[in-house]
Write a new protein. Structure first.
Length: 255
């Protein structure tokens, strides 16, 4: 599920010819960096066997996970996941996805992500959406990908908001809808997504799905550039050379 965010802008003017790459962005959690083990695997498993409170068991599994004892973490998470514990189901998805403490198994990963997703876990909803969109552990089903991505986006997952914008604007698995795509990009942009901010600038520059507005393009690019986006920085430099920003305010309105 490692891929890049883009907006493929074929109508870009020669002065603003900026390289972009197609794909969806993955929001999988990164595994913790290895820490010095202060407790043996047997400690976690023995302690877990003595606990009845699922919350305490989960905390113990999380400690093992954070100390890179993924095998112990997997054993405890799996026990909890089988009994419907949402966070443990999500972590089992991560462990099977990365092959940490268990063998890599994309089908098992997708299964656990979907179980957690059905209980309302936003990151799991996004990860199962990516699985359905890319065919990792499950057949490609764009309708299901969009269903779960929408669920995650409405729960505040910014990568889902960005990708829904991309899907609607590119018409990938749905009818192409620039207005719908822009709405999702605006939401992602207001939540700090630098690529959504940059792409909105492109839409305003070209008048694609919105009225052409060089000032609004400049404002979104300014915000994206402040967040470190080099393409936005280059676009602003090109605009300044043509003096098209004259009269524009410095800050973007995000109300």
């Amino acid at each position: 599920m490692n891929s890049l965010k883009i907006f493929n802008n074929s109508a870009l003017t020669a002065m603003l010819m900026l390289l972009v790459c197609p794909g969806l962005v993955s929001a999988k959690l990164l595994l913790s960096s290895k820490l010095s083990a202060q407790a043996s695997s047997s400690y976690y498993l023995q302690t877990s066997s003595q606990l009845k409170d699922p919350y305490k068991k989960f905390d113990l599994a999380l400690q093992a996970y954070q100390r890179s004892d993924y095998k112990s973490a997997a054993a405890i998470f799996l026990d909890l996941a089988k009994n419907g514990h949402m966070e443990s189901q999500f972590y089992m998805g991560i462990l099977f996805d990365s092959g940490s403490g268990v063998e890599v198994d994309n089908m098992q990963s997708a299964m656990w992500y979907e179980k957690a997703a059905k209980q309302g876990h936003a990151e799991a909803q996004y990860n199962i959406a990516i699985a359905y969109a890319t065919g990792e552990g499950t057949p490609i089903k764009m309708r299901k990908a969009i269903y779960w991505m929408t669920k995650a986006a409405l729960s505040g997952n910014v990568d889902s908001q960005y990708n829904l914008g991309l899907i609607y604007i590119m018409g990938d698995g749905v009818a192409r809808n620039l207005e719908e795509g822009i709405l999702w990009w605006q939401l992602a942009a207001k939540n700090g997504d630098q690529m959504a901010q940059y792409n909105l600038g492109m839409m305003y520059l070209q008048g694609a799905g919105v009225d052409s507005d060089i000032c609004e393009a400049s404002r979104w690019w300014s915000l994206s550039a402040e967040n470190g986006n080099r393409q936005a920085q280059q676009a602003l430099m090109a605009l300044k050379q043509t003096h098209q920003q004259h009269g524009c305010l410095d800050m973007v309105s995000i109300q």
